[in-house]
Design a protein around this ligand. Structure first.
Ligand code: SF4
Length: 284
């Protein structure tokens, strides 16, 4: 049965409003990131630079990944950690689509970490957005590969003894065309990164420093989502013109945000199609 839902918000055309209300907890940072992404798409569409019908929006498993259920694009909600392989296959099958992988740190840097590194190495034509709330939020707040050292989670009740991934230098070294880190505390800057990355070729990577007040912040002692947000605001520092390996990921001093790589190497699909055409021509 078709449900008729009134349009109440300017971005409602980008949402499956019949699926609302959503499952995000009050004060969660994911909504800020999704709002910035949808505004970027909307502005690029109005400027005639992007056909939103070409976007394929993909999430694996997790609170962020569930956004693929609410966005009004061709979308896929796939298995844990496998959003990048799914997006890769779709892009190679149809060069017209713009795959956007929108998922969390646990899904993309943990369970799907191998796919993340190798998609960057191939310079695969994908936009990958990692909403980094530093935990596996949906499954109860377990340690993720980006949880800072010493932090309390449900699986590290005495503090995290590990060192976290610093995703910016990791993806820059692996070979992505575009590498940036944003923060939910600066949504306009985040939107500008989305706008740039959406219309580039090759592997584009945007990490968004976010919050999980429900299953992570309370283990750290934040009494409200606002307290967690203010801590993020204090720790992120915007730097321009610095090398990716100088971008810090240190909860006790600085998490550097900014653009670190912006190059225009040919994307993997172009190289692959050229090779296929060369082989076919040589066989004729
Ligand atoms: S569990 Fe955490 S990440 Fe998930 S919706 Fe709630 S606050 Fe957001």
């Amino acid at each position: 049965m078709q449900v008729s839902v009134p349009r109440l918000h300017p971005l409602d055309d980008y949402l499956r409003t019949d699926r609302l209300p959503h499952t995000l907890c009050p004060g969660c940072g994911i909504g800020i990131a999704l709002n910035a992404f949808l505004r970027a798409v909307n502005e690029l569409s109005s400027e005639g630079k992007l056909d939103r019908r070409n976007i394929l929006f993909i999430g694996g498993i997790g609170c962020t990944a569930r956004m693929s259920m609410y966005t009004m694009f061709d979308s896929a909600h796939v298995t844990h950690g496998r959003a990048i392989p799914f997006a890769t296959g779709a892009r190679l099958a149809n060069p017209n689509i713009i795959p956007v992988v929108f998922s969390g740190d646990g899904d993309l840097a943990g369970i799907g970490g191998n796919h993340l590194i190798h998609a960057a190495r191939r310079n695969m034509d994908l936009l990958v957005v990692v909403i980094n709330n530093m935990t596996y939020g949906l499954t109860g707040g377990q340690l993720s590969p980006t949880t800072p050292t010493g932090h309390y989670t449900t699986t590290t009740p005495y503090g995290n003894p590990e060192r976290p991934f610093n995703l910016v230098p990791l993806i820059a070294a692996a070979g992505g065309n575009y590498v940036a880190r944003a923060s939910i505390t600066q949504p306009e800057v985040m939107k500008s990164y989305f706008k740039k990355a959406l219309i580039k070729e090759g592997f584009r990577f945007i990490e968004v420093v976010s919050t999980c007040p429900e299953n992570y912040g309370r283990h750290l002692g934040y009494k409200s989502p606002a307290d967690f947000y203010l801590k993020i605001k204090e720790v992120v520092k915007m730097r321009s013109g610095i090398k990716p390996w100088d971008a810090k990921y240190d909860w006790s001093s600085e998490i550097t945000i900014g653009e670190f790589i912006d190059r225009n190497e040919p994307g993997f699909s172009k190289s692959l199609y050229e090779q296929i055409s060369k082989v076919r021509n040589s066989e004729n």
